[in-house]
Design a binder for this molecule. Structure first.
Ligand code: PHE
Length: 342
């Protein structure tokens, strides 16, 4: 009997089977319990001897059952631990965070640099009336400059009597709005989107400009030169820059100048601030008296400079980006390559 039960205990593969064995041996209807029940009918001598052996057998079976039960529990725990094993030393999975678009980063940077020089930010609408975009800037309807701007015109239904509107072709109309709003003296920049029908490696139909405007009693081209040099030193993070002012023409400034920055190409790498080459970065000049007058500022008392700079262009220069179109494709691989995205 003993070896039968010990064998059954050894063979039990799980706790349910082990419980069956326990019931068969020690349960109320178990074989050992049945033998115990016969003790009552024995005479004292026999009962004592048999009882002692039965107790011993019961204890041995009981011990074996407990040992097996513990072993099964251990095995189950081991199996679970193996299954649910977790390596807490593994590095975490990186979570990709959104980042600010490079053009927005550059806008923030230049806004901060000009803020240090006393310029606040002015804004205007991207759908602009043709008066603000052209007429007020001394570009009357038949002026050839209108054609050069590759303007997007807003469609107008028959009988629509509102003044004609365009997608602004430059940020210069914000000069007019800012002066009309705030009067003189004034020192503002106006960063924002502008639109022209043009598309190649260095042109996109939407791009960004920042307008600068400083009007006071005796502001001159010398102030313009200093402001632009300070800006370029800070923006390109170089100890010194050299700017070249080339005589030019804009209807809204007189005199006018296009400004180039000194640079070099070393093994395909663009270096700003030194070298033999020049790169055009902006248009500028002294605000034309007619423009001041159109904005309600008296040209006999006030004068100042204005400039318009391509934001995407200076971003390309700063980060060595060859193709402007990439800015507007939102290709994450491209953004990551230039360190603009995680
Ligand atoms: N608005 C001009 C352009 O888009 C730039 C400019 C701004 C020139 C202000 C002079 C003064 O080309």
């Amino acid at each position: 009997l003993k070896s039968k039960f010990l064998a059954a205990i050894g063979a039990a593969g799980d706790e349910a089977r082990l419980e069956e064995v326990r019931l068969a041996a020690l349960g109320k209807k178990g074989e050992i319990s049945a033998l115990m029940a016969t003790l009552g009918k024995m005479d004292p001598e026999e009962r004592k001897a048999t009882g002692a052996r039965l107790n011993l057998l019961r204890d041995e079976i009981d011990t074996a059952l407990r040992a097996k039960k513990a072993a099964l529990a251990d095995a189950a725990l081991d199996a679970r631990l193996r299954e649910e094993w977790l390596d807490v030393t593994l590095p975490g999975r990186p979570r990709r965070m959104g980042t600010i678009h490079p053009v927005s980063q550059v806008m923030d940077e230049l806004t901060a640099i000009f803020a240090d020089m006393g310029f606040s930010v002015a804004e205007g609408p991207q759908v602009e009336s043709d008066w603000y975009n052209f007429d007020a800037l001394n570009i009357p309807p038949e002026h050839p400059a209108r054609q050069e701007h590759d303007t997007f015109f807003m469609a107008r239904a028959e009988g629509d009597n509102r003044p004609p509107h365009v997608l602004r072709t430059h940020t210069s109309p914000v000069q007019i709005r800012a002066m009309a709003d705030r009067g003189a003296p004034i020192r503002v920049i106006a960063p924002g989107r502008v639109y022209r029908m043009d598309m190649d490696q260095t042109h996109t139909p939407m791009f960004h400009q920042v307008e600068g405007l400083a009007i006071d009693r005796d502001i001159s081209m010398a102030n313009l030169k200093w402001v632009l040099e300070e800006f370029c030193r800070a923006f390109f993070e170089v100890p010194s820059v050299e700017l070249r002012f080339r005589a030019s023409h804009f209807p809204f400034t007189e005199p006018s100048a296009e400004v180039d920055i000194r640079c070099s190409w070393e093994g395909g790498q663009l270096k700003i601030g030194q070298g033999e080459s020049w790169l055009e970065i902006l248009g500028s000049g002294m605000v034309h008296p007619k423009v001041l007058a159109a904005a309600g500022v008296d040209p006999d008392q006030w004068q100042g400079f204005a400039f318009g700079m391509g934001i995407d262009r200076i971003a390309m220069l700063k980060y060595g980006i060859p193709d402007l179109r990439a800015f507007f494709e939102s290709d994450l691989r491209w953004l990551r390559h230039y360190g603009f995205a995680a």
